[in-house]
Design a protein around this ligand. Structure first.
Ligand SMILES: Cc1cc2nc3c(=O)[nH]c(=O)nc-3n(C[C@H](O)[C@H](O)[C@H](O)COP(=O)(O)OP(=O)(O)OC[C@H]3O[C@@H](n4cnc5c(N)ncnc54)[C@H](O)[C@@H]3O)c2cc1C
Length: 396
């Protein structure tokens, strides 16, 4: 093994970002994806300026501009009264303050961009290969797959998602925990909506034990909706994608109790079909050793699965990828030390984002006096409360 060879388990957004970042740094990359095709679920994703800046640095800014939407603002609204509680300007303000746009994009579009770019950069991307485990050898690692192959590498990166097999061997910890929250997701063509429901901004509706987020994707032609409610763990909770029933959603939102008002009801009723996700996460990372040990490291959801209430899970995977690639080309260090440096730079930030996502969920779903306090603070402080400079201003 002459050139440093990096083996990546998993071809989601995190794995493909890592493949692209490492190949761009001149490393030899082989990525193994267990599925028969590279694909992403039909849903949207928000990308803060901390993430779009990295995509621009990788030469993907123009391609992103072709497929993404760039909302001018994010508004929070009361789920019951429909009142606007606070507004955060995005658009030109985000670019001026943080050096990158705030984008909203269809997952398949982002995944496709990373896939094409990783291929073009020279990464070896293989389908139908499920990484099972590894053993250390004198030369590095011997990685084996469920299909019976054995592959040599200097470093193994577990980007194999929330149910990571690489994590299982590395940390042997408990599986990810069910959060008690369910996500109903949908995409609707804006052309199919009545004119007053079409929108080009991000909106977050907040109510007791629920919130709903919607934003444009596909250059603004489609609207992505996510409704989060509390509920019991469904069967097949590890599945990302099950049919969701609108009656169950409305019931979980309090049925006829009046928890959601007519403005929000009208939007939910305009959705023809929902998909259901059971949300899982882990407690925030507590030490660098939870991200890397020896010549093996974790990245993205394998390392830090989080609640989506800060809209940064994929963002952190992309940041991980950039730092990983930079560490793996630091001269004069063995691979294990390079991966330790990666973990040392990433774990505390990921932990902070995980913790803030949990807190956001509590704030969004607040009831009674806490909800009244939240609404007053948002009205009073608006942008000062809603902006997250430590998150969007990050750079490496
Ligand atoms: C409702 C919801 C909304 C969200 N919204 C946002 C948002 O707005 N912004 C944001 O940044 N993030 C958001 N996220 C989080 C984001 O989706 C995830 O953090 C991100 O997709 C994780 O990417 P990943 O590549 O780490 O993992 P995954 O996407 O899970 O990819 C893992 C890949 O590994 C493969 N794999 C699994 N096991 C193996 C194996 N043993 N060998 C080989 N391959 C394997 C899988 O098939 C899969 O392709 C949201 C999440 C949810 C649930």
């Amino acid at each position: 093994m002459a050139r440093k060879r990096v083996l990546i388990a998993g071809g989601g957004i995190g794995g493909l970002a890592a493949a692209l970042a490492c190949t761009r740094q001149g490393l030899s990359v082989q990525l193994l994806e267990r599925a028969a095709q590279f694909s992403e679920v039909g849903a949207g994703i928000q990308l803060g300026p901390n993430v779009t800046r990295i995509l621009q640095a990788w030469g993907l800014g123009d391609a992103l501009a072709q497929v993404a939407a760039f909302p001018g603002q994010l508004q929070t609204r009361d789920a019951k009264t429909g009142q606007v509680l606070g507004t955060l300007r995005l658009g030109e303000r985000a670019k001026a303050l943080y050096g990158g746009p705030y984008a909203t994009v269809h997952r398949a579009d982002l995944h496709g961009l990373l896939h094409q770019a990783a291929l073009a950069a020279g990464a070896d991307l293989q389908l139908g290969q499920s990484v099972q485990g590894w053993r250390e050898t004198a030369q590095g690692l011997d990685v084996h797959t469920a299909e019976g192959d054995s592959l040599q590498a200097h470093a193994l990166i577990g980007a194999d998602g929330v149910w990571s097999a690489v994590r299982q061997q590395m940390l042997a910890d408990e599986p990810a925990r069910f959060t008690g929250h369910l996500a109903y997701r949908a995409l609707v063509a804006q052309a199919d909506l009545p004119a007053h429901l079409r929108t080009d901004q991000v909106t977050v509706w907040m109510g007791p034990r629920l919130h709903v987020v919607h934003y444009p994707v596909c250059s603004g032609q489609w609207l992505n909706l996510v409704a989060i409610v509390h509920g019991r763990k469904p069967e097949q909770a590890q599945s990302w994608d099950q049919a969701g029933h609108v009656q169950a959603l409305l019931q979980a939102m309090g049925g006829d109790s009046g928890a959601i008002g007519k403005d929000l009801q009208e939007r939910l009723a305009a959705v023809p079909a929902w998909r259901l996700w059971a949300l899982h996460d882990r407690a925030p990372i507590a030490a660098a050793g939870q991200m890397a040990q020896g010549c093996v490291a974790l990245l993205g959801d394998a390392a830090h699965p989080m609640r989506p209430y800060l809209a940064q899970g994929a963002g952190m995977a992309i940041e991980d990828a950039q730092v990983l690639a930079q560490c793996l080309v630091q001269e004069g260090q063995p691979v294990a030390a390079q991966l330790q440096a990666y973990a040392a730079q990433r774990w505390a930030r990921n932990a902070r984002v995980q913790a803030r996502a949990i807190r956001n969920g509590q704030i969004f779903h607040a009831q009674g006096a806490v909800a009244v306090g939240r609404d007053w603070s948002m009205r009073l402080l608006g942008e000062r409360l809603m902006d997250v400079p430590w998150l969007y201003g990050w750079s490496r």
